[in-house]
Design a protein around this ligand. Structure first.
Ligand code: HMG
Ligand code: MG
Length: 298
């Protein structure tokens, strides 16, 4: 009983590049995002307007956002931690503001230098400001399935944070398995609780594949009726403030699987693989994506 189509949110240029040692040149980022825009993806998170000292890899956020070709029908999103970030994002004409925080206190503190309670008013200001600028908004909750510092995370904490973010008026909520510890049964138990409170149409899943469970978790979430999934081309990704976090579900692996299941995504796998190969070349290393490996050896 799978859906006919799903929404895929490409987060590679943000989640992917924030975790790489090599800093990709601005012109190469722009060329890569332009390639991604041409794959049929309808959503690309292109950068983040965080403090450049915290994520130096993305300090050219304004140049990237103003340098790319905007394709009609594609939403260009970026992470925004506070009003200072929103100002930069507005100047760069970002379509969607993605706010983010964690369900666990320690990761929130390490990642954005605030307690959970201190974070709410900051994000509320961002959502209000973004709406005034006619931007859509997305919220992320990190450490939904486990925290690198605290271990298990209480689902009630996730619900409390989600409620606050939806009260602010976010359009979509992405549930992050930041360090890739979730399993399909846990995904279904967590979603079973969350779906009592929030509509499945407003939820997205953001699985990191640290332990090889990301695609199995996608299927588990599909079975629960969720139809929006984040992926990073090449299987890039990770959070520098979450030790042990590695790449997201590779978008091409996600697309390959969904294609095979007869679920539409609108994304052309062949073009995506070319974009994946391009960034692997620039990063001078092989990437975790299974489909990229298969493509390169065929
Ligand atoms: P802070 O140091 O507490 O900031 O950092 P502050 O508000 O105290 O300000 C200090 C200085 O920073 C001030 O400058 C501000 O103007 C400046 P000064 O007056 O000292 O000269 N500043 C900024 N400059 C540029 N852009 C800004 C900005 N904000 C303040 N936006 C802050 C707080 C949130 C900024 C910092 O902790 C930060 O940037 N953290 C980002 C960390 C990050 O990007 N982590 C990775 C993304 S989250 C993730 O990967 C998880 C996700 O993928 C989901 C999942 O997998 O779970 C989304
Ligand atoms: Mg992530």
């Amino acid at each position: 009983n799978f859906p006919k189509s799903v929404n895929v949110r490409e987060v590679g240029p943000r989640d992917g590049l924030q975790n790489e040692k090599i800093v990709i040149e601005t012109a190469d980022k722009i060329a890569w995002i332009n390639q991604l825009s041409d794959t049929g993806l309808s959503y690309i998170e292109i950068t983040s307007f965080v403090h450049p000292k915290w994520i130096p890899q993305l300090k050219d956020a304004v140049e990237v956002a103003t340098g790319i070709e905007r394709k009609t029908g594609v939403t260009y999103a970026a992470l925004i931690p506070n009003v200072k970030g929103l100002e930069r994002a507005c100047a760069a004409k970002i379509d969607e503001a993605s706010i983010f925080m964690s369900a666990s206190e320690t990761h929130n503190q390490k990642n954005i230098n605030k307690s959970i309670v201190e974070t709410f008013p900051i994000l509320k200001e961002v959502v209000e400001g973004a709406k005034q600028e006619k931007m859509t908004t997305r919220g992320y909750i990190s450490t939904v399935f486990g925290c690198p510092y605290e271990g298990q995370v209480d689902i009630e904490e996730v619900i409390r944070v989600a409620e606050r973010l939806f009260e602010m008026g976010i359009d979509e909520l992405s549930l992050g398995d930041t360090i890739g510890v979730a399993n399909p049964l846990q995904v279904q138990l967590v979603l079973d609780r969350l779906l009592h409170y929030f509509p499945k149409e407003k939820l997205a899943m953001h699985f990191h594949d640290t332990r090889g469970t990301a695609l199995a978790n996608v299927v588990a979430a599909l079975e629960m009726g969720v139809t929006t999934f984040d992926g990073a081309v090449g299987g890039l990704g990770g959070c520098p403030y979450a030790p042990g976090a590695s790449g997201n579900a590779a978008t091409e692996d996600l697309i390959y699987m969904l294609n095979g299941m007869g679920i539409e995504t609108g994304v052309l796998l062949r073009k995506l693989l070319k974009a994946s190969k391009m960034i692997a070349t620039k990063l001078e290393k092989s990437l975790p994506s299974h489909n990229l490996q298969a493509f390169l050896s065929s």
